[in-house]
Ligand binder design. Sequence first.
Ligand SMILES: [Zn+2]
Ligand SMILES: [Zn+2]
Length: 419
Amino acid sequence: MKKLNAKRVRRHMLRTFEFWQLDEKFLIISPDKKLCTLTGMESLPESDTGYFGYAYLDDTLRVAFLGFCNEEDGTYKYFDADQVLVAQAHMLPTMLVRVVKPTEELVKHPFVRGVLEFHQSDILRRSTLALRQIDHLRDPLRPEILKAAWIKDENKLERIFDDSVKVYVDALLTAYEQAEKDGIRARDVEIEGEPEPPPVDAMIVEFVRITDLTPANNGTWRAVLLDDISGTRKKKKGDDVTLSLVTTTIDEEERSYTMLFIDVDAPIEDTAIDVTSFKPFRLPWRIAYTLECPDCNFKNTYYLGRSGEDRLLFKEIIEEIRAGRVDPLIAIDLVQRDDCEIDFSRELYRCRSCGTLDVKKRVRLITKDHTLSMMYYCLECGERMSHIKRGHIASLDCPRCHEQLNPVEEALWDGVDPN
Ligand SMILES: [Zn+2]
Ligand SMILES: [Zn+2]
């Protein structure tokens, strides 16, 4: 049995988790004799200590049984020859699981690597799974299927309203001209029948199932229709369609609701990414910091900063983005906006759980109205890492023994990463 170093989080019934709390996470599964009696699971070896699994979304949420696990002493062991048994999560009996964060060591399992590679190749479709505000529109079993609203005759209703406004304005102008001739003051002129927008209940709203929701250029969204839309022949089941995502805030309830609206007339936009490198006003200092522990033998040098435009590193980052190794919300902006710039610099990060120190590229997406920072996770335990500001580097704790580290050297370096 191997020691499980990954950070373990909440323990709950499998069914009480949302799909996004489990997707791409490992699981400690409590022992249950019933599991081996399920169809397709007959070859699952019995265990008194429990199983080690991996949860991932593939149409529905799946649980792959990868091996045995003993929660008490925190150890695990894969089945022989990397044997894997996969079950749909909703077919599994009520079972207690503990979520385990993915670490560098755990994601080396060939099955898990396969899932992650497939997910990365599908980054645009998967990016919208990170939009919590549309969770209420998702199919409970198949979260990639959503309900979108279509307003029947939306354009026609708009046109009728616009026409009635025009008729009213024309009548008003004629009345003013007449009034001038008759010597009547303009403010005494009264015209009845000021038009109002059509009442909400005059609109026929139909809900249609869509799938493959992805961000698209010019701030749009696109998806594939899973149903025909009754009342229009412009789009049918299987067609690509453009959508808008609209959030309305209701002040009295202090809540906001988000809806997806289908626009059958809008052109289908492309999903290409256009990005430039951000030119910082002042470049981050390129300094190598050497830290040493006074108690144990920990000593390391961290090469931080960025060398001018650093085209090589920028190219690396763009390749990572194209390979799908990017946070979903950053991917969405990159597709939808044409004002995206990428800022980056090698900077020091520290794990919020185990204190491991690591240099990351600190990729930030900068647009006219906001900045999004890439999130980085600890390779040792899977917990999120925090960026360490340069001024705090001199007061860090040793990741091994937690004694305060001594900053022994600060030196300029040439920008060619020696690691
Ligand atoms: Zn850690
Ligand atoms: Zn130490």
